[in-house]
Design a protein around this ligand. Structure first.
Ligand code: 13P
Length: 315
């Protein structure tokens, strides 16, 4: 999934989030428009050498391309693996004003995993969200989310899906890089202990962390060298060397910044393959180029290809 510089395309926004993104480019948020947009993303030529798989949400996994093939089948035909987002989203951890969240989705997970395997999925994703600042992330948020991620990963491994384990420390705020580094280190250390306690095989999972950056509102953004040093050092200090790979999320960084940071992270290197599993940094320009116009599908595909190429090292 992560070999040879190949990455993973995250196209698993929930119907609600996807509808918001469609409205953002003036497209009516219907189920058919969500389907057509995902077909644009996955049905182009030549993705297979650059990405290994695509993460879908439940809705897309059950939809079909215009030619009648279900999405997992079309992906397999193109040499790509199908991933499925299996968490059901976040709820407030301690009530509506709390500001911290817990990601849910463990109910009936083993049964859903079995169904997704039957539908053609080979890997899964679960995203936990941690907030920085004013005592956050709290020990309670760290423990609860790590516990759920570990349980999810174990259920997936037992059921035949490779889990992508995503603990995202959000970049909101004007903080310095050191604040993100400390919050990310606590998050990953807690997660590492939970994975071990749950008996998760590190060699059969992919970690999907945030890069360690300064806050998105920072006046002096950290440069790629600083980001790479802090990111790799934090990962080395907290994660087992046996991990199958690390595939970063883009977390709202511009395409250019995410690619520059990833290149620097790869230069610094680690004991694991280091690659991308970006959502927005890969698809935002494709969505804008298409904007719902069937005549602009090729323009959308070219934009996606450009963003993917930016992140795949020259052979
Ligand atoms: P971004 O790259 O847009 O952060 O999305 C990645 C992802 O899969 C979020 O769960």
């Amino acid at each position: 999934m992560v070999s040879g510089g190949r990455g993973i395309l995250a196209a698993d926004e929930s119907p609600r989030t996807m509808s918001r993104r469609l409205e953002g480019v003036g497209v009516e948020p219907t189920e058919e428009h969500r389907r057509a947009y995902r077909e644009l993303l996955v049905a182009g030529e030549g993705l297979a050498g650059r990405i290994s798989g695509v993460i879908l949400c439940d809705e897309t996994l059950r939809q079909q391309l215009a030619d009648g093939r279900p999405f997992p089948r079309a992906l397999a035909d193109a040499g790509l693996q199908t991933g499925i987002k299996v968490d059901t989203g976040t709820v407030a951890l301690d009530g509506p004003d709390d500001g911290e969240t817990l990601t849910e989705g463990l109910d009936g997970l083993a049964e859903r995993v079995a169904e997704y395997v039957a539908l053609g999925a080979t890997f899964a994703k679960w995203r936990a969200v941690l907030h920085l600042g004013a005592g956050r992330p709290s020990v309670r948020a760290l423990d609860a989310n790590a516990e759920a991620l570990a349980r999810y990963a174990r259920v997936c491994q037992d059921g035949g899906l490779v889990p992508i384990v995503e603990p995202e420390v959000l970049s909101a705020g004007g903080h310095r890089l050191e604040v993100c580094a400390a919050g990310t280190a606590r998050t990953l250390a807690t997660l590492g202990r939970a994975l071990e306690a749950a008996g998760v095989d590190p060699a059969a999972m992919v970690l999907k962390p945030n890069m360690v950056t300064s806050g998105e509102g920072s006046r002096q953004p950290a440069d790629p060298y600083e980001v790479a040093r802090a990111t790799v050092d934090t990962l080395r200090a907290t994660m087992r060397p046996e991990l199958a790979g690390v595939a970063f999320l883009s977390g709202g960084q511009s395409s250019e910044t995410a690619a520059a940071n990833l290149a620097a992270i790869r230069r610094r290197g680690g004991p694991w393959p280091l690659t991308f599993s970006f959502g927005r940094a890969l698809v935002s320009s494709a969505l804008a180029a298409w904007a719902g116009d069937p005549a602009r599908v090729d323009a959308g595909r070219s934009a996606l290809r450009r963003e993917i190429d930016r992140n795949v090292p020259a052979a």
